[in-house]
Design a protein around this ligand. Structure first.
Ligand code: AHR
Length: 660
């Protein structure tokens, strides 16, 4: 930690309260002391320090933030059978490869209703992503492509309970053509109870054969975007005030193989022209949530994109050697940047305009690949150089991010990833204090998390995260941007072959109907929304420590370590003079800490605290108890340039000190 010299004591009050008492004389030898030198600014807090990271994992888009309610709407998730679809009444169904809608959606669902009648209708049903949510007085937009043979309709669409006993809304498509055609209808619910154990059903009373493709159902979306996002999850994200979105991965950009990479050109335009692909996390993505949808997500939440481009390496060690073979991939990246930022005179800018977004998007950061330290061919050095040179030649202003160290070029940022235990986070929370201040390459902590708690982190996870965040914030002159990962998890089915979670400990959880933020979510929200613009010099003394035995690695047990139990950082809003002192108490006992502030002309005796605390490190939030652990805001009084305050067990505190 950088050193600070306490020069003078200012404005000491004599009032005392339960939590805060003034400490006019020097604290005793064992009292924990935090010192803030408000006269010494060590750097600027990066305005983009806190952002979001996203990829298709844990049903993040399909079954997550993407509004689509139908699972396997294109029937491509399984070659053999129409997974997640059932027949209803008198009907039979098969995947038909001979009746494609088009080259992208090259299969369809053939439904035989030859035995259907007025008294025995037949059709198909979809149970969504672990249920189809219905809410009162809500309009749902249904659409699909269909063609009939000896069948001209009508088709009845309905939203009903899983057992078919309750119908919440319905609509009828009266005529079906013999040629592929798109059909649309709206279904409106009345004064029903919200529920999710429901299905979407398409039936007929007429015999015949009908083929379906791209069967879709949308609830109202955030900002009413037609192919948009789920409002409750967007609200949770918006409340964090994130500054950027790193997308589309993570492993999702790489794919298991080159063919399964995130091929952005196949994720734009009309959704019925997007072929979709298998995500490395084991399930099918329709790519209905594609490049433009990511960008519109950014726009809706006022975030900048941090655009990761595919860099010629996929997870199963397939790679493309630098040189001419890589040229088309480099060109794809340049085209992608043009799609994001180009005007209508450019080829790909014009494509974006055609896709419905006339305005270019802002873009400053482009990341070359993901976790290329896993590439055993060691081709990243050359691949990075090829991408870097091409991007800088055309877009000199862009900040280019490397995913592992390179020698031949100087990346603007290096993406570091940390998944750790709570104790590991505590042991490493001061690491960035020791980083070089002269290194031209700055740091992007592009994935990090304290992996404690499943499916979402518990209070122990939040405490480890908060310790880590004090280190990033105190050093955000070099740690310019950071984002936790993974962001989302669908908590509907945590185990089994059809599980909704592939990676435990994810910031935000949801099922088809409800969403919630974990304690770690609230910790991040506190850091992100209470962030000054100046980093103040701090120091500490007599911080309690405890012994910790790190885990053995490759049969070798490392020596025991003493790890700190209290972490802190201080920033100031230069406009208002408010100092944000963040204090993390990892211990199960309250900590009395003497806070000494120098270099501030006046500390107002009245301030505010925002405290996230729990009775146990295992305490957590869930769909059932979404707000068990949330921050509480309280007035703080008796503040001064030298006071002692009690910080509760297992707590994260932001103390707002008004200085003039
Ligand atoms: O966040 C989950 C995965 O962890 C990411 O996809 C990958 O980049 C990392 O290994």
């Amino acid at each position: 930690m950088r050193k600070l010299i306490i020069s003078s004591m200012v404005v000491v009050t004599t009032l005392a309260s339960a939590q805060t008492r003034s400490t006019p004389e020097a604290a005793s030898g064992t009292t924990s002391i935090l010192q803030i030198d408000a006269g010494k600014v060590t750097g600027k807090v990066s305005t983009e320090l806190y952002g979001l990271m996203t990829e298709e994992i844990n049903f993040s888009y399909e079954g997550g933030i993407y509004g689509e309610l139908i699972r396997n709407r294109t029937f491509k998730s399984n070659k053999q059978n129409p997974a997640f679809w059932n027949t209803v009444g008198e009907a039979a169904m098969t995947i038909d490869t001979n009746q494609p809608l088009n080259a992208a959606l090259n299969v369809s669902l053939k439904v035989d209703t030859s035995k259907a009648s007025k008294t025995s209708p037949g059709g198909i049903a979809n149970g969504g992503f672990w249920g189809i949510p219905v809410k009162p007085n809500t309009t749902y937009r249904a659409s699909f492509y269909a063609r009939g043979k000896k069948f001209s309709g009508p088709l009845k669409l309905s939203l009903e309970s899983a057992d078919g006993k309750m119908v919440f809304a319905s609509a009828t498509i009266s005529r079906i053509s013999g040629k592929w055609k798109k059909y649309e209808a709206t279904l409106k619910t009345g004064g029903i109870q919200p529920s999710k154990e429901n299905r979407f059903v398409v039936t007929t009373t007429k015999p015949g054969t009908v083929w379906f493709q791209n069967v879709s159902l949308f609830p109202p979306t955030y900002n009413n975007r037609p192919n948009g996002t789920r409002p409750d999850i967007m609200q949770l994200l918006g409340d964090m005030q994130p500054k950027f979105l790193r997308f589309p991965g993570g492993n999702y950009i790489e794919g298991n193989t080159i063919a399964e990479r995130f091929n952005w050109k196949e994720t734009i335009g009309d959704v019925s022209q997007r072929p979709g692909h298998r995500s490395p996390w084991g399930y099918w993505s329709t790519d209905g949530f594609g490049l433009l949808e990511f960008l519109e997500w950014c726009e809706d939440l006022h975030m900048e994109p941090v655009l990761a481009v595919y860099a010629g390496y996929s997870l199963r060690q397939q790679h493309i050697e630098p040189g001419t073979n890589l040229d088309s991939f480099v060109q794809d990246a340049l085209d992608e940047i043009e799609y994001v930022t180009g005007n209508s005179n450019s080829k790909w800018g014009a494509q974006r305009v055609k896709d419905g977004h006339p305005e270019p998007f802002p873009l400053r950061y482009v990341e070359i690949g993901n976790e290329d330290f896993f590439d055993r061919s060691h081709s990243y050095e050359g691949r990075f150089a090829q991408f870097y040179d091409a991007i800088k030649a055309k877009y000199l202003q862009l900040q280019v991010i490397a995913t592992t160290k390179v020698q031949s070029r100087v990346p603007d940022l290096l993406d570091e990833h940390y998944y750790r235990s709570q104790e590991d986070m505590q042991a490493h929370a001061l690491d960035y204090d020791k980083y070089s201040r002269t290194n031209k390459t700055k740091i992007f902590v592009g994935e990090w998390a304290t992996r404690v708690g499943s499916p979402t982190p518990n209070m122990a996870g939040a405490l480890g995260d908060a310790a880590w965040m004090t280190g990033m914030e105190r050093n955000s002159d070099i740690v310019l941007i950071s984002c936790y990962a993974p962001l989302f998890v669908n908590v509907s089915q945590l185990t089994g072959t059809n599980r909704s979670m592939q990676w435990a400990t994810d910031l935000i959880g949801y099922d088809a109907l409800n969403s919630y933020g974990s304690p770690a979510y609230y910790a991040q929200k506190m850091f992100s929304t209470m962030r000054g613009d100046e980093i103040l010099a701090t120091d500490s003394r007599n911080i309690p420590k405890r012994e910790w035995q790190p885990r053995a690695r490759r049969g070798v047990t490392p020596p025991q370590q003493q790890i700190r139990q209290v972490f802190s950082c201080a920033t100031r809003d230069s406009g208002s003079g408010i100092i944000y002192l963040k204090v993390v108490n990892e211990a199960g006992t309250a900590q009395n800490i003497n806070i000494q502030i120098t270099g501030a002309p006046l500390v107002d005796p009245e301030g505010e605290t925002v405290v996230l605390a729990a009775g146990s490190p295992d305490d957590t939030n869930s769909v059932e108890q979404p707000e068990k652990v949330i921050p509480r805001t309280e007035k703080a009084d008796n503040l001064s340039a030298n006071f002692t305050r009690e910080f509760p067990p297992y707590s994260i505190t932001v103390l707002k000190l008004k200085t003039k």
